[in-house]
Design a binder for this molecule. Structure first.
Ligand SMILES: [Zn+2]
Length: 282
């Protein structure tokens, strides 16, 4: 018991220290008021998230973007090759139910049958074929939430790799890809120029199967990364405060890549979709 209390005190002191030492919210010009985990706890199996990659954020950015965190946690677990009773699918059921509260309307977009393409996969070690459903998640709400998550990740990685929050005259760019839309070949090509590799690790706990990223940075003004979340969600991410580099990713052809968006610090909250609340049942 004493040990537990000691650990709790240590954790809350550590949280308070991180929030106090952050110069400002890592996403906007607001004050650092809350502890932001990026990636969020919901991204990890049983919410068992190694510490590290914890930053200060304002209440507004932290609270307003929780829907985006949840949508990313759901989409990341949508893996057509995991078996029905896998832990990913068991966690999905709970997460999908929470969507109605934190990201209303997204469940409807995911649930539309025409978005699911049926494929047959051979079962390893046998001649059996298994029916799987590949999700084509391209509804406007999903896209908005996944974009917010990607921009958050780009800004968090800038903070992580450069050591300061992305300056207010900087910009972040993201492009997401879902399961079935990216091949190993494409991934290999994307990562050729990104020599660094990292994940979250704490003691023997390694969550590289749930979150990992490859990156490059000058540690001063620019980061580029490819981040993978489980087997369902990939991002190409850029963040910089070098105006020449921002010029490159704010103009075609980069700005016209499908699923890509650029945002400035401070824009996240205004991009959160206005909730579509269903009328309560009479
Ligand atoms: Zn903020």
């Amino acid at each position: 018991m004493a040990k537990c209390m000691g650990e709790a005190t240590y954790k809350s002191r550590k949280r308070a220290r991180i929030v106090a030492e952050e110069a400002r919210c890592i996403y906007c010009s607001g004050r650092s008021e809350t502890l932001e985990h990026m990636p969020p706890l919901s991204m990890f199996r049983n919410r068992a998230r190694p510490s590290h990659m914890e930053y200060g954020a304002c209440k507004n950015c932290n609270n307003n973007t929780s829907g985006a965190d949840l949508v990313a946690a759901v989409v990341a677990r949508l893996n057509p090759t995991s078996s029905e009773d896998s832990w990913q699918n068991n966690e999905l059921k709970k997460l999908v139910n929470a969507l109605d509260i934190d990201a209303p309307g997204v469940r409807d977009e995911l649930g539309e049958p025409e978005k699911h393409k049926t494929q047959w996969l051979s079962v390893a070690g046998s001649k059996l074929l298994r029916k799987i459903s590949v999700v084509k998640a391209d509804g406007p709400l999903l896209e908005a939430y996944l974009t917010i998550f990607g921009i958050k990740m780009a800004m968090a990685l800038y903070r992580e790799l450069v050591g300061i929050a992305l300056p207010l005259d900087g910009a972040a760019w993201c492009q997401f890809q879902l399961n079935g839309s990216i091949s190993q070949h494409q991934l290999d090509r994307l990562t050729t120029d990104l020599p660094g590799y990292s994940t979250l690790q704490q003691g023997a706990v390694n969550v590289g199967d749930q979150f990992a990223y490859r990156y490059n940075t000058d540690k001063r003004s620019v980061i580029a990364a490819v981040a993978q979340f489980h087997h369902g969600l990939w991002y190409t991410l850029l963040a910089s405060h070098d105006q020449r580099i921002i010029g490159l990713f704010s103009k075609p052809p980069i700005s016209q890549l499908s699923g890509s968006t650029m945002m400035r610090p401070g824009e996240l909250s205004s991009r959160v979709p206005v909730p579509i609340r269903h009328k309560p049942m009479p």
